[in-house]
Design a protein around this ligand. Structure first.
Ligand code: ADP
Ligand code: MG
Length: 245
Protein backbone atom coordinates (compact mmCIF):
# COMPACT_ATOMS: atom_id res chain seq x y z
CA UNK A 1 0.00 0.00 0.00
CA UNK A 2 1.26 3.45 -0.87
CA UNK A 3 1.98 5.51 2.26
CA UNK A 4 -0.42 8.34 2.95
CA UNK A 5 1.13 11.77 2.43
CA UNK A 6 0.58 14.17 5.33
CA UNK A 7 2.60 17.10 4.03
CA UNK A 8 3.62 17.73 0.49
CA UNK A 9 5.70 20.75 -0.45
CA UNK A 10 6.36 21.35 -4.12
CA UNK A 11 8.77 23.97 -5.44
CA UNK A 12 8.15 26.28 -2.53
CA UNK A 13 9.63 29.76 -2.80
CA UNK A 14 9.26 32.63 -0.40
CA UNK A 15 10.64 36.14 -0.25
CA UNK A 16 10.72 38.72 2.52
CA UNK A 17 10.78 41.82 0.32
CA UNK A 18 13.76 41.25 -1.97
CA UNK A 19 15.26 38.58 0.25
CA UNK A 20 14.78 35.08 -1.16
CA UNK A 21 14.33 33.16 2.08
CA UNK A 22 13.10 29.77 0.77
CA UNK A 23 14.42 28.47 -2.54
CA UNK A 24 12.72 25.63 -4.41
CA UNK A 25 11.90 23.53 -1.38
CA UNK A 26 10.55 20.06 -2.14
CA UNK A 27 9.58 17.79 0.68
CA UNK A 28 7.15 15.00 1.41
CA UNK A 29 6.23 13.72 4.84
CA UNK A 30 4.22 10.53 5.05
CA UNK A 31 1.89 9.52 7.84
CA UNK A 32 3.89 8.48 10.91
CA UNK A 33 7.20 9.87 9.66
CA UNK A 34 9.49 11.81 11.98
CA UNK A 35 11.53 14.47 10.21
CA UNK A 36 14.26 16.49 11.86
CA UNK A 37 15.35 19.76 10.24
CA UNK A 38 18.67 21.29 11.21
CA UNK A 39 20.91 23.98 9.81
CA UNK A 40 22.64 27.22 10.71
CA UNK A 41 20.75 30.10 12.25
CA UNK A 42 19.00 32.15 9.56
CA UNK A 43 18.82 29.30 7.05
CA UNK A 44 15.01 29.45 6.86
CA UNK A 45 14.00 26.54 9.10
CA UNK A 46 11.40 28.47 11.10
CA UNK A 47 10.04 30.19 8.02
CA UNK A 48 9.59 26.82 6.31
CA UNK A 49 7.60 25.24 9.09
CA UNK A 50 5.64 28.44 9.67
CA UNK A 51 4.53 28.28 6.03
CA UNK A 52 3.02 24.85 6.69
CA UNK A 53 0.32 26.26 8.96
CA UNK A 54 0.25 29.60 7.23
CA UNK A 55 1.72 31.76 9.98
CA UNK A 56 3.82 32.86 6.98
CA UNK A 57 2.55 32.81 3.42
CA UNK A 58 4.56 31.75 0.39
CA UNK A 59 4.61 33.41 -3.01
CA UNK A 60 5.37 30.45 -5.26
CA UNK A 61 4.88 26.70 -5.15
CA UNK A 62 2.42 24.44 -3.42
CA UNK A 63 1.81 23.09 0.08
CA UNK A 64 -0.69 20.31 0.70
CA UNK A 65 -1.49 19.33 4.29
CA UNK A 66 -3.47 16.16 4.95
CA UNK A 67 -4.94 16.39 1.47
CA UNK A 68 -5.89 20.09 1.68
CA UNK A 69 -3.91 22.50 -0.52
CA UNK A 70 -3.10 25.79 1.20
CA UNK A 71 -4.79 28.70 -0.50
CA UNK A 72 -5.67 32.20 0.64
CA UNK A 73 -9.21 31.23 1.59
CA UNK A 74 -9.68 31.65 5.32
CA UNK A 75 -11.86 28.56 5.49
CA UNK A 76 -9.10 26.50 3.96
CA UNK A 77 -6.44 27.99 6.26
CA UNK A 78 -8.54 27.27 9.36
CA UNK A 79 -9.00 23.70 8.19
CA UNK A 80 -5.25 23.20 7.83
CA UNK A 81 -4.49 24.87 11.17
CA UNK A 82 -6.85 22.47 12.86
CA UNK A 83 -4.84 19.51 11.59
CA UNK A 84 -1.44 20.94 12.49
CA UNK A 85 -0.22 21.47 16.06
CA UNK A 86 2.69 23.79 16.60
CA UNK A 87 5.09 24.16 19.50
CA UNK A 88 7.48 27.12 19.64
CA UNK A 89 10.82 27.72 21.29
CA UNK A 90 9.41 30.07 23.94
CA UNK A 91 6.36 27.97 25.03
CA UNK A 92 3.91 30.73 24.20
CA UNK A 93 1.32 29.89 26.87
CA UNK A 94 -1.20 32.58 27.82
CA UNK A 95 0.35 33.99 31.02
CA UNK A 96 -2.93 35.09 32.60
CA UNK A 97 -4.66 31.70 32.29
CA UNK A 98 -4.08 28.55 34.32
CA UNK A 99 -2.46 25.61 32.58
CA UNK A 100 -5.85 23.87 32.33
CA UNK A 101 -7.52 27.01 30.92
CA UNK A 102 -4.70 27.28 28.38
CA UNK A 103 -5.46 23.74 27.26
CA UNK A 104 -9.24 24.04 26.94
CA UNK A 105 -9.30 27.44 25.21
CA UNK A 106 -9.07 26.26 21.61
CA UNK A 107 -11.19 23.11 22.06
CA UNK A 108 -14.06 25.12 23.58
CA UNK A 109 -13.79 28.17 21.26
CA UNK A 110 -12.80 26.60 17.97
CA UNK A 111 -14.11 23.03 18.21
CA UNK A 112 -17.06 24.20 20.37
CA UNK A 113 -16.62 21.25 22.71
CA UNK A 114 -18.50 21.36 26.02
CA UNK A 115 -16.22 22.57 28.82
CA UNK A 116 -16.48 19.29 30.67
CA UNK A 117 -15.42 17.22 27.66
CA UNK A 118 -12.53 19.58 26.92
CA UNK A 119 -11.39 19.40 30.54
CA UNK A 120 -11.39 15.61 30.56
CA UNK A 121 -9.25 15.48 27.42
CA UNK A 122 -6.95 18.20 28.78
CA UNK A 123 -6.41 16.36 32.06
CA UNK A 124 -5.65 13.12 30.23
CA UNK A 125 -3.06 14.92 28.10
CA UNK A 126 -1.49 16.64 31.12
CA UNK A 127 -1.23 13.19 32.63
CA UNK A 128 0.45 11.99 29.48
CA UNK A 129 3.11 14.72 29.64
CA UNK A 130 3.36 14.04 33.38
CA UNK A 131 2.26 17.40 34.78
CA UNK A 132 -1.37 16.80 35.77
CA UNK A 133 -0.47 18.10 39.24
CA UNK A 134 0.25 21.51 37.69
CA UNK A 135 -3.18 21.96 36.05
CA UNK A 136 -4.40 24.76 38.32
CA UNK A 137 -1.17 26.77 38.30
CA UNK A 138 -0.30 29.80 36.19
CA UNK A 139 2.41 29.30 33.53
CA UNK A 140 4.84 31.56 35.42
CA UNK A 141 4.77 29.16 38.37
CA UNK A 142 6.11 26.27 36.27
CA UNK A 143 9.65 25.47 35.23
CA UNK A 144 10.58 25.93 31.57
CA UNK A 145 10.45 22.19 30.97
CA UNK A 146 6.99 21.95 32.52
CA UNK A 147 5.74 24.92 30.50
CA UNK A 148 6.99 23.36 27.30
CA UNK A 149 5.29 20.07 28.16
CA UNK A 150 2.09 22.05 28.82
CA UNK A 151 2.47 23.70 25.41
CA UNK A 152 2.79 20.26 23.81
CA UNK A 153 -0.32 19.03 25.65
CA UNK A 154 -2.18 22.16 24.54
CA UNK A 155 -1.36 21.44 20.89
CA UNK A 156 -2.46 17.82 21.33
CA UNK A 157 -5.86 18.92 22.70
CA UNK A 158 -6.87 19.78 19.13
CA UNK A 159 -6.14 16.22 18.08
CA UNK A 160 -3.77 17.24 15.27
CA UNK A 161 -2.64 14.95 12.47
CA UNK A 162 0.78 16.57 12.33
CA UNK A 163 2.95 18.25 14.95
CA UNK A 164 5.51 20.93 14.14
CA UNK A 165 8.20 21.72 16.69
CA UNK A 166 10.41 24.77 16.28
CA UNK A 167 13.51 24.31 18.46
CA UNK A 168 11.37 23.12 21.38
CA UNK A 169 14.30 22.76 23.78
CA UNK A 170 16.62 25.60 22.86
CA UNK A 171 15.19 28.03 25.44
CA UNK A 172 15.48 25.47 28.25
CA UNK A 173 18.07 25.03 30.93
CA UNK A 174 20.13 21.94 30.09
CA UNK A 175 18.66 19.80 32.86
CA UNK A 176 15.16 20.21 31.39
CA UNK A 177 15.94 19.28 27.82
CA UNK A 178 15.56 15.55 28.36
CA UNK A 179 12.10 15.67 29.95
CA UNK A 180 10.78 17.54 26.90
CA UNK A 181 12.58 15.36 24.35
CA UNK A 182 11.22 12.27 26.14
CA UNK A 183 7.67 13.54 25.69
CA UNK A 184 8.29 14.22 21.99
CA UNK A 185 9.85 10.79 21.60
CA UNK A 186 6.79 9.18 23.25
CA UNK A 187 4.59 10.93 20.74
CA UNK A 188 6.80 9.76 17.89
CA UNK A 189 6.62 6.17 19.09
CA UNK A 190 2.86 6.52 19.25
CA UNK A 191 2.84 7.18 15.51
CA UNK A 192 2.41 10.97 15.41
CA UNK A 193 3.64 12.52 12.18
CA UNK A 194 6.07 15.28 13.02
CA UNK A 195 8.61 17.79 11.84
CA UNK A 196 11.03 18.92 14.49
CA UNK A 197 13.55 21.70 14.02
CA UNK A 198 16.29 20.93 16.49
CA UNK A 199 20.02 20.80 17.01
CA UNK A 200 19.71 17.95 19.49
CA UNK A 201 21.56 15.47 17.34
CA UNK A 202 21.27 12.62 19.86
CA UNK A 203 17.51 12.93 19.58
CA UNK A 204 17.73 13.19 15.78
CA UNK A 205 19.82 10.04 15.54
CA UNK A 206 17.49 8.07 17.81
CA UNK A 207 14.08 9.27 16.71
CA UNK A 208 14.17 10.67 13.17
CA UNK A 209 13.36 8.68 10.06
CA UNK A 210 14.98 11.39 7.98
CA UNK A 211 17.17 14.39 8.66
CA UNK A 212 17.04 17.46 6.47
CA UNK A 213 19.89 19.96 6.48
CA UNK A 214 19.07 23.49 5.33
CA UNK A 215 21.44 26.31 4.49
CA UNK A 216 20.69 29.71 2.96
CA UNK A 217 17.08 28.84 2.20
CA UNK A 218 17.79 25.55 0.47
CA UNK A 219 17.57 21.90 1.39
CA UNK A 220 21.20 20.94 0.98
CA UNK A 221 21.03 17.37 2.17
CA UNK A 222 18.39 14.86 3.16
CA UNK A 223 19.21 11.41 4.48
CA UNK A 224 18.44 8.73 7.05
CA UNK A 225 20.22 9.38 10.37
CA UNK A 226 22.92 6.72 9.92
CA UNK A 227 24.09 8.06 6.60
CA UNK A 228 23.51 11.66 7.55
CA UNK A 229 26.01 11.44 10.39
CA UNK A 230 28.48 8.92 9.01
CA UNK A 231 28.55 9.99 5.34
CA UNK A 232 27.42 13.58 4.95
CA UNK A 233 27.54 14.22 1.22
CA UNK A 234 28.26 17.91 1.19
CA UNK A 235 30.97 20.13 2.66
CA UNK A 236 28.35 22.45 4.11
CA UNK A 237 26.78 19.56 6.06
CA UNK A 238 30.16 18.36 7.29
CA UNK A 239 31.09 21.83 8.42
CA UNK A 240 27.80 22.26 10.26
CA UNK A 241 28.11 18.87 11.98
CA UNK A 242 31.69 19.55 13.01
CA UNK A 243 30.51 22.74 14.69
CA UNK A 244 27.68 21.27 16.70
CA UNK A 245 28.78 17.72 17.52
P1 ADP B 1 16.12 29.90 11.09
O1 ADP B 1 14.86 29.45 11.77
O2 ADP B 1 16.76 28.84 10.26
O3 ADP B 1 17.10 30.50 12.05
P2 ADP B 1 14.41 31.92 9.91
O4 ADP B 1 13.43 31.17 9.10
O5 ADP B 1 13.96 32.43 11.23
O6 ADP B 1 15.75 31.05 10.06
O7 ADP B 1 14.94 33.15 9.09
C1 ADP B 1 15.50 33.03 7.81
C2 ADP B 1 15.91 34.39 7.31
O8 ADP B 1 14.78 35.19 7.08
C3 ADP B 1 16.80 35.16 8.29
O9 ADP B 1 17.76 35.86 7.54
C4 ADP B 1 15.84 36.12 8.94
O10 ADP B 1 16.50 37.29 9.35
C5 ADP B 1 14.85 36.39 7.83
N1 ADP B 1 13.50 36.69 8.33
C6 ADP B 1 12.76 35.92 9.16
N2 ADP B 1 11.56 36.47 9.39
C7 ADP B 1 11.53 37.63 8.70
C8 ADP B 1 10.54 38.67 8.53
N3 ADP B 1 9.35 38.59 9.11
N4 ADP B 1 10.89 39.71 7.73
C9 ADP B 1 12.09 39.78 7.13
N5 ADP B 1 13.05 38.84 7.24
C10 ADP B 1 12.78 37.79 8.02
MG1 MG C 1 14.34 29.41 13.78
Amino acid sequence: MKPESMIEIINLNKWFGNFHVLKNINMRVDKGEIIVICGPSGSGKSTLIRCINRIEYHQKGKIVVAGTPLTNRMKNISMVRREVGMVFQDFDLFPHLTILENLILAPTWILKLPRKTAMATAMALLERVRISDQAQKMPGQLSGGQQQRAAIARALCMNPKVMLFDEPTSALDPEMVKEVLDVIQDLAQDGMTMICVTHEMGFARQVANRIIFMDEGEIVEENDPDNFFSHPRWDRTQKFLSQIL
